[in-house]
Ligand binder design. Structure first.
Ligand code: UD1
Ligand code: MG
Length: 477
């Protein structure tokens, strides 16, 4: 069998239109940088382009292009991304023209996507490649066809698209509209873009005019018109209201995906998940849990109400009690944390650590089985395996200028209401008596305590009361 009998799939490239400012967002930040499920919305169409197998992804930018480019280069360091500039927004066809130099030598299907349609998935777009015709696009039948371009068909053939502002009342009554997502044959695209005019209601170069050209030239145009909830993923974001709706759709999709993977959610609508989060099977999320950034939760974990984790790893079998938060923290297997715990950046808990209520940690490593059960601040510290930190312990890590380290040895016992003035080392197995201020190292196995001498003054309370009476307390009032 010769290779030529297996038709190679046509090469793919992506042009991503993202030059508009998004005026209706009423924001200093360009629309495509507004976040959806924790990522700037332009992240999603770029990822989609890569999932489509595009050998080049050309992003057309205008406003705030340095910010968008810096974000995308950081997020997709190895991707075949190039950036084109559209200095003036003269319309969607003009935007694509700006990308043409970056597509030099490319032959195949050019997928044209928008930066503001974050919920669009590869399953909706990929079937365009299998359709006949030089121009193929996604349409939809929304409940409210609003200002979308109307699709005009002759049987299966798409003959033209008429923009809302140019449409007659009869055309405005058409229900199938253009979602603005296309696959176009590269040869047809390159030869036709230069022929499009701007003699229309908005004085813009309309990409949608490709359809009438393809039809007239006998090259063919086709549409896949999506209905129902599938069509909701085609909706773009133009204002804050639509941003919130896009967020909700993505939240629904993320929750479903993780529930299918074996995660229980007591009230899914009250769970917030970022796109970068992963969860293990048999983990339970109670209401108002927010898992943000690149948080990873293992299997068999239980996160009680109101837990908020950012960029945090939680190993299998850990329990996080209500209203605890953690940021850039690693929580080991079977740890118990909270309620009301605050684990700050650089906290690492080995297996079976217990962190109780009103405990704050920062840049602290707690060895296996170590405990800080109540009301403590443990910062810039290492705590040995099995050590116990009593209620009200404070590592005094800061002298107003510098931060210093505290080291607590394996199996050490720190009594309640202790101040550990860093830098300081508590030896393995050492004890510190309650109420001690430790300002120098404690050797292994030693007891350290500070005790101010106690005075007991017998009968003081009664004498004090009589003294007040003798001073002639006048009746009140
Ligand atoms: C466009 C379509 C319309 C379709 C709708 C779907 C045209 C002429 N019309 O209309 O049929 O129903 O999308 O959402 O294409 N952009 C640029 N540079 C420009 C103009 C636009 O980069 O000069 C970008 C925008 O940032 C946006 C996308 O292209 O990402 C679409 O532009 P927009 O102005 O929203 O087009 P619509 O008028 O909504
Ligand atoms: Mg639009």
């Amino acid at each position: 069998m010769s290779l030529s009998t297996v038709p190679a799939r046509r090469p793919r490239a992506v042009v991503l239109m993202a030059a508009g400012l998004g005026t209706r967002m009423k924001s200093h930040t360009i629309k495509v940088l507004h976040p959806v499920a924790g990522r700037p919305m332009i992240h999603y169409p770029v990822r989609l382009g890569l999932e489509l197998g595009a050998e080049r992804v050309v992003v057309v930018l205008g406003h705030q292009r340095e910010r968008v480019e810096a974000y995308l280069r950081g997020a997709f360091p190895d991707a075949p991304l190039t950036f084109a500039v559209q200095a003036e927004p003269l319309g969607t066809a003009h935007a694509v023209s700006c990308a043409v130099p970056a597509l030099e030598g490319f032959e195949g299907d050019v997928f044209i996507l928008s930066g503001d349609v974050p919920n669009l998935g590869v399953d909706a777009v990929a079937p365009l490649a299998a359709l006949e015709g030089a121009v193929r696009l996604l349409g939809m039948r929304p409940a409210e066809p609003a200002q979308y371009g109307r699709l005009v068909f002759d049987g299966d053939a798409l003959t033209r698209i008429v923009e809302f502002k140019d449409a007659t009342p009869a055309e405005r009554a058409l229900q199938a509209v253009n979602a603005g997502i296309y696959a176009v044959d590269s040869g047809f695209l390159f030869e036709t873009l230069g022929r499009l005019g701007r003699n229309n209601a908005q004085g813009e170069y309309y990409l949608t005019d490709l359809v009438a050209h393809a039809h007239a030239a006998g090259r063919g145009a086709r549409a896949i018109v999506l209905e129902g909830t599938a069509a909701e993923d085609l909706l773009g974001v133009n204002d804050r209201d639509e941003l919130a709706m896009a967020e909700q759709r993505m939240q629904t999709a993320l929750r479903r995906r993780w529930m299918r993977a074996g995660v229980s959610m007591v009230d899914p609508a009250r769970v917030t998940l970022h796109d970068g989060v992963t969860l293990g099977a048999d983990t339970v999320l109670e209401p108002d849990v927010a898992l943000l950034g690149a948080t990873r939760i293992g299997a068999d974990c239980h996160l009680e109400q109101g837990v908020r984790l950012m960029d945090t790893d939680v190993a299998d079998g850990a329990i996080i009690h209500a209203y605890s938060q953690a940021e850039r923290t690693r929580i080991g297997p079977r740890c118990h944390v909270g309620p009301f715990a605050r684990l700050r950046e650089g906290t690492v808990l080995d297996a079976n650590v217990r962190i109780g209520n009103f405990v704050e940690t920062k840049k602290t490593h707690m060895g296996e089985g170590a405990k800080a059960s109540h009301l403590s601040y443990v910062g810039d510290a290492t705590v040995g395996a099995g050590a116990n930190i009593g209620a009200g312990t404070i590592t005094c890590n800061y002298d107003g200028v510098h931060k210093f380290q505290t080291h607590i040895g394996k199996g050490a016992f720190i009594g309640s209401d202790t101040q550990l003035v860093a830098p300081v080392r508590i030896g393995d197995g050492a004890y510190v008596g309650a109420g001690t201020t430790v300002t120098a190292d404690v050797p292994d196995g030693a007891l350290a305590l500070t005790r101010a001498p106690r005075r007991t003054i017998e009968g003081w309370v009664e004498r004090k009361r009589q003294a007040r009476e003798n001073a002639g307390n006048k009746p009140a009032g």
